[in-house]
Design a protein around this ligand. Sequence first.
Ligand SMILES: CCCCCCCCCCCCCCCCCCCCCC(=O)SCCNC(=O)CCNC(=O)[C@H](O)C(C)(C)COP(=O)(O)OP(=O)(O)OC[C@H]1O[C@@H](n2cnc3c(N)ncnc32)[C@H](O)[C@@H]1OP(=O)(O)O
Ligand SMILES: NC(=O)C1=CN([C@@H]2O[C@H](COP(=O)(O)OP(=O)(O)OC[C@H]3O[C@@H](n4cnc5c(N)ncnc54)[C@H](OP(=O)(O)O)[C@@H]3O)[C@@H](O)[C@H]2O)C=CC1
Length: 502
Amino acid sequence: MSMIAAFYSNKSILITGATGFLGKVLMEKLFRTSPHLKVIYILVRPKSGQTLQERVFQILNSKLFEKVKEVCPNVHEKIRPISADLNQRDFAISKEDVQELLSCTNIIFHCAATVRFDAHLREAVQLNVTATQQLLLMASQMPKLEAFIHISTAFSNCNLSHIDEVIYPCPVEPRKIIDSMEWLDDSIIEEITPKLIGDRPNTYTYTKALGEIVVQQESGNLNVAIVRPSIVGATWQEPFPGWVDNLNGPSGLIIATGKGFLRSIKATPTAVADVIPVDTVVNLTIAVGWYTAVHRPKSTLIYHSTSGNLNPCNWYKMGLQVLATIEKIPFESAFRRPNADFTTNNFTTHYWNTVSHRVPAIIYDFYLRLTGRKPRMLKLMNRLLKTISMLEYFINHSWEWSTNNTEMLLSELSPEDQRVFNFDVRQLNWLEYIENYVLGVKKYLLKEDLAGIPKAKQHLRRLRNIHYLFNTALFLIIWRLLIARSQMARNVWFFICPLFKL
Ligand SMILES: CCCCCCCCCCCCCCCCCCCCCC(=O)SCCNC(=O)CCNC(=O)[C@H](O)C(C)(C)COP(=O)(O)OP(=O)(O)OC[C@H]1O[C@@H](n2cnc3c(N)ncnc32)[C@H](O)[C@@H]1OP(=O)(O)O
Ligand SMILES: NC(=O)C1=CN([C@@H]2O[C@H](COP(=O)(O)OP(=O)(O)OC[C@H]3O[C@@H](n4cnc5c(N)ncnc54)[C@H](OP(=O)(O)O)[C@@H]3O)[C@@H](O)[C@H]2O)C=CC1
């Protein structure tokens, strides 16, 4: 029997961000391995016109939760959605719900955040700093609380090349930043944002770093720990390989590549592709909750959930395997044949963005106009190029993360716990993982049936023929123009004709 699974039996757990990518997998794993847990409280806000109950119903009836329903048939009775909005003071939680949370909660997993790279600093501070501060205040009023686990990011200190499992200071105290958001207007905040974030690439990484300092400064006597995942990718093993449910990180770019939109991206091919499967992050997070509650370390421990120093992969190897898998298992209705490459300097990046991205989009929009349809390709391409410009920072740098605490924790686990909560990334086979990732993007993000592969291949053959036809026509038109204008071209033409009996 797993000691960790047994620890969570009869526990009341609070998860923020449970409707997100990481939060869903965390909730699924807890229910599947500890079906006798008492309750999981989840802070949920109404979204896209769905009520709390509808959102929870959709999650529990998704493919991700299929195995849970076998081992925990009454899962819908053990999940307790609480209406909350982390943007509001006191999270807009009702007094009755607050009382229940304060009196019952044993473990908190704080996953909620805005992960947008272009979030306005006010929004990023509210969600990634102030909300963390408020949750810590709530936690300090929970008599039964055994552990508070904060999910940060391995990129919170991406302005450093070597990052240890410690909390690094920020130039301006988080409290001062939180207070200034109260009275500064948006335009002033926008003006000072570049100075505040300094050599970090965006407000996301900056506010995640501030959030860590808040955890360190405001945890009081709480038993807290911080988990720093790197680039969270699809599931590696459980509940099944390849599950992913949003476009963040690599997923969106895999789609853009497979659909033939993305033909080149500025990357350092040898840079470490520090992707970490979401189930690996979740297994570590659950183990951290157990270890923090049972062993009560004297200080706030930071755990890096990264792959680069234990089992490194690079962007070139990842990109090749993505393309090889797409070749075998193509996506449907591709805009062009998938064929992408890395550029390594700004000039070639701008050149290929024009030639391979914008010009084909303009030509296609022209064709849409000719056929009486609304042009949309250039707009879509520009949004994709904006997204890529935000992600490029992370694929043109390499970082070294120490993982002493994570390796220490692994050694503390029994063999049974190491099996049930496996976060030993050294066992990961990258080629197999990337293949399952691409397959998962096709099945779970694009909702494409594998039965459609022959048709998708036929579509790609058609695109290839159109491509060859277009290139041949273009060559002939240019050659005709050249012959009409250049004696040299005519001489060459008359010289080669007899050779090829033209
Ligand atoms: C051999 C060569 C082979 C080559 C082939 C190579 C292929 C394989 C190589 C793989 C390379 C891996 C690189 C990973 C680096 C990840 C680093 C993460 C590190 C930190 C991780 C964290 O600690 S934290 C989680 C990460 N946090 C995000 O990753 C949010 C990003 N995102 C945004 O911050 C907003 O997205 C932003 C961008 C502001 C736009 O914002 P915006 O308002 O302009 O537009 P939207 O957000 O609405 O997105 C506009 C449309 O792009 C769609 N889209 C959204 N995300 C997308 C995405 N990642 N890739 C594509 N498409 C995406 C979206 O679905 C919309 O599509 P639509 O319009 O049809 O709905
Ligand atoms: N994905 C990645 O690559 C990485 C993620 N992380 C960290 O992991 C954690 C989870 O990330 P991930 O699951 O990818 O992110 P998602 O964007 O998928 O999920 C974010 C979660 O936060 C919730 N949330 C956001 N704003 C609010 C709000 N105002 N009120 C209530 N809830 C809110 C969302 O709720 P709703 O569904 O209602 O929007 C959602 O449940 C974050 O802390 C992130 O920094 C760290 C490293 C890498």
